[in-house]
Ligand binder design. Sequence first.
Ligand SMILES: C[S@@+](CC[C@H](N)C(=O)[O-])C[C@H]1O[C@@H](n2cnc3c(N)ncnc32)[C@H](O)[C@@H]1O
Length: 303
Amino acid sequence: MLLYTETPIKIISFQNKEIASFLKEKENHVHADTINSFGEEWNKFNFFSENEIQYIGNEYFDVVQPSDLTKEMVALDLGCGSGRWSHFLADKVGFVEAIDPSDAVYSAAKLTQEKNNIRITRAGVDTIPFADQSFDFIICLGVLHHLPDTANALAKAVKKLKKNGLFLLYLYYNLENKGFMFRFIFTLANLVRNIISKMPTSVKFFLCEVIALFVYIPFIAVGRFIKVIFPNKNYYKKIPLSYYIGKSIKIIRNDALDRFGTPLEQRFSKEEIKVMMENAGLGELRFSPNEPFWHVIGKRIHL
Ligand SMILES: C[S@@+](CC[C@H](N)C(=O)[O-])C[C@H]1O[C@@H](n2cnc3c(N)ncnc32)[C@H](O)[C@@H]1O
């Protein structure tokens, strides 16, 4: 466990645990509606089974070599949400500091309660309460595309990494590797997201469940059918949402809420992500050829 660089603004008591909060009233990289929305999301989807965590965790970590991680390492999970990837990482490194600015910290504290080498802290990218160059490994999965200035937030986060430390990043792709139909459906979906994400919580939750049931599941069923008919071909990947074939209903419902319930979302091409990472001081980038796009690991080569 690392030392905090400053005194917490408050200490929250939760289930015999204490969660230090460093959240300031006004933070540059905070989009208040988005953070509230995530607090609600992770309190709804606050439990993931070991199988779910391992299955999807292995997809994100396919760019991490087993030899990249050791029990001596201290890791940061930036924007930990439910804490599922902290949980995944805890067996592979020495200690995980997990931070999130939203009410998700309560779900994270609950999900990770059995792991003694995880500490949950309430903070955002602007208030990371650890010294620069503190971490051997940082994960930031599905977070920075929900911030107004992704490049600047990434640069701030990379400062917390030691020289030669590793940064695992996942940012939504802008569908540059997909065809016209895919993009068209996505444009429609984005319009719908803009409307749904502004609705009251209960209506938003309901509509996202409807989308999971009547949009996600049918597309996934078509993808699965094509996969069964052409088991040796990749045709099914042409179907939107085929990524969810084999994923649990809960993951599908959670992701539908994530996609349609979040007010701020940005998307980047592989090249844009490469430039942002290099500008932040990362190099030796390895993009995964597999979904979810794009997840990539880089090493801090410049201080
Ligand atoms: C889609 S969730 C991803 C959570 C987790 N990384 C995962 O993949 O399960 C995005 C998370 O980013 C957090 N977040 C939003 N703004 C942030 C900020 N300024 N700094 C750090 N995290 C932030 C949200 O509270 C939310 O929990």
